[in-house]
Design a protein around this ligand. Structure first.
Ligand SMILES: Nc1ncnc2c1ncn2[C@@H]1O[C@H](COP(=O)(O)OP(=O)(O)OP(=O)(O)O)[C@@H](O)[C@H]1O
Length: 230
């Protein structure tokens, strides 16, 4: 039997979110994300979406409350365990943050090596698998600048998938892309989600939400609330 098999991937209880400098952004928030769920995180600029995501991946420290994510409790996590937590989270940002002086395979290999992989055949296989998953199997020897914005974002998603995370945390992943490319990226997230991976995606893109409706959490007035309309 797998212990905790039915536990949510994310469980946030009575939690405050603080930015650096101890500025409180969200207060007493409560929500859970189940295995296999797709959830949008919406809210105005400055409402706290990025701060909440940063708290979930332990970039901002948890000051008050309880956050369980991917089997870790963040109020008691040790600093040395944070890299292990991050391996169970696939993190996707708006700005691609690829190494521009390395090709796609090297960008992915860098992450594998940094997360403890050593066998070069296994790394090659894994890189090929994730590139197939995002529809870029022919591009592994290209440099990032030879790819379009949408393709670069696919590489970032492939990078996030390398260690087979329990949840993808995406912060405005379509923020720099035109509408058609955004829809393609959204379809990719949905197909990854369909295969069982949870996704929490912060977005401003209401057209995308209307077109691909999913559960919504909204940051507003220092709270996180469940929304069923835009
Ligand atoms: N590095 C930082 N240091 C201090 N305060 C910050 C920092 N980043 C953001 N904040 C503040 O925290 C609050 C929440 O910002 P946050 O970026 O989480 O909102 P957001 O909903 O993600 O906004 P956006 O949609 O513009 O990304 C804002 O008042 C913001 O000014």
């Amino acid at each position: 039997m797998i212990p905790f098999a039915n536990q949510p991937v994310v469980q946030v209880l009575n939690t405050d979110v603080y930015q650096l400098g101890e500025k409180q952004v969200l207060e007493n928030i409560n929500f859970a994300i189940q295995k296999g769920e797709f959830v949008y995180l919406i809210g105005r600029t400055g409402s706290g979406k990025s701060s909440l995501l940063k708290t979930l991946y332990a970039d901002l420290s948890l000051v008050k409350g309880s956050v369980q994510i991917a089997g870790y409790e963040l109020n008691s996590i040790r600093r040395k365990d944070i890299p292990f937590l991050r391996r169970k989270l696939g993190i996707v940002f708006q700005d691609f943050q690829l190494f521009m002086d390395r090709n796609i395979a090297q960008n992915l290999e860098f992450v594998l090596k940094a997360t403890g992989w050593t066998d070069s055949m296994k790394m090659k296989t894994r890189i090929a698998e994730v590139l197939i998953r995002v529809g870029l199997s022919g591009e592994m020897n290209k440099m990032p600048h030879q790819l379009s914005g949408g393709e670069q974002q696919r590489v970032v998603i492939a990078r996030a998938l390398l260690n087979d995370p329990e949840i993808l945390l995406a912060d405005e992943p379509t923020g720099n892309l035109d509408p058609e490319v955004s829809e393609d990226i959204m379809r990719l997230f949905l197909s990854i989600n369909k295969s069982g991976m949870s996704v929490l995606m912060a977005t401003h893109d209401f057209d995308l939400i209307r077109k691909f409706p999913q559960r919504m959490l909204r940051c507003e007035n220092g709270k996180v609330v469940e929304r069923d309309y835009l």
